[in-house]
Ligand binder design. Sequence first.
Ligand SMILES: [Zn+2]
Length: 490
Amino acid sequence: MTRVPRTASALLVLLVVAAGLAARELLPGAVGGPVGDGLYAVLVVLLVALVRPRTTPVVAAVVALVVCAAIELSHLTPYPAQVLERLPEARYVLGTTFTVTDLAWYALGAAVGGVLLAAVTPRPRVVDQSLRHLRSAGKHRRGPRVVPLVLVLLLAGGAVVGWFMWSETQDLDAKVDDARAAHAASADKVADDAVRADLEAAIGDAETVLAGTPVLDRLPGDATDARERLDRELETVHDSRVEFALAEAAEARTALEPARRRAEGVLAATQELREDGQGANEAVSAALRTSLDSADETLAATDEKALAEAGLARLEDVAAGLAVRLGDLEGATTDLLTAQDAVVCPEPDQVWFPQAGKLSEKELAPLPWAPGYAVRADVVDGLVKLNDAYRAHFGEDLTVNSAYRSYDQQVEVYDPEDPNPLAAPPGCSNHGLGTAVDLSMGPEGFDGDRYAWLKEHAEQFGWTHPDWAEPNGRLPEPWHWQSVKTPVEY
Ligand SMILES: [Zn+2]
């Protein structure tokens, strides 16, 4: 019988352990992993020889492969994970996960271990000449028998690696298609555009991996790494789309609130006018009511809880739906304002506003030099400065004859019988908005110094003389001045 010298196998064990640790530390993961797996199998072969020196190299290799495969396959059960949780160092023996290619590297390592063992095993010496023929018949074929086994193991390992690389290529190919579609679909739908750039880069790298020649340009596992990276980037893009849709939905919900309050106000004001026999087209009112109801329904169905539970597709639908509701509501409100304007304010330069003449005390500010007169609070400062400049030039304050007019005051000053009325119909005057004043221009009117001075200086303080009140306008009024903030359309 031959035996492997224990000193030789012990020395090899130390060498292989050192090589394995070095491979783990020094080589990149894609190469170090397979080399480590192979060396692990070599180590098991040598340990078998160390424990049972009479074991033949073939048997040791087969035992090692079976042991390695068993350990690898054990990761399909929950037990190794339980062991690793209590004793993390056990990963050097058990590994951490099941990977099918590892089996190929174990097979290769077992074969190399077997060859190594055969190399350090002394040739059988013939002790008894009479047994020579028997021995030569049995033992001398042992050496050559290793070669086919090594070949079979190498072929099997190669086949497993080939199959694995083919299959991971298929997976990566499909993933790249998914990723391209997701990249195209996410345009203008992510909270952070950088995540799309990252996905694009990952797609480019994955395509490079796919284009590489297996084993020469890329190692087993490269395609899997590329696919896992794509998965991570796709996840990030997905999260960014959710974030974007949530923000869009929240923004539309926030904008819907004031829009629906405004619509309610316009509806209420037109209803009052209808009762006075000045109603706008009923169908336009009905359309705004419908739009308002839809907005209410959508708001109720898209509260924070509903949004939090919605998937991405639903979320993006909701965000788009809210934006449409907002657009509809604003459009329908403008339609009703326009329809009511056509009934109430006959002149094209007059605009009907439901809030005209109905400003609250809080929204108005008194003119400090003209008791009893007020304008909208946000335009008073410019008028005060204009008056200061006017006084510096003329030595007296502007003479105010009219400023903000409440709705009742508008009713009072409006005379529908007068073909050249001094005031616009109630609701149509920008005196009702608190953005107009009538200022005395003296007897010369358009030809006087006061009008000329104001024409030259009022704009710099935010006040202007409208076209309709110019000498050649619809209703020449030198005294009517208004803030540049006066709305002229919806
Ligand atoms: Zn006026």
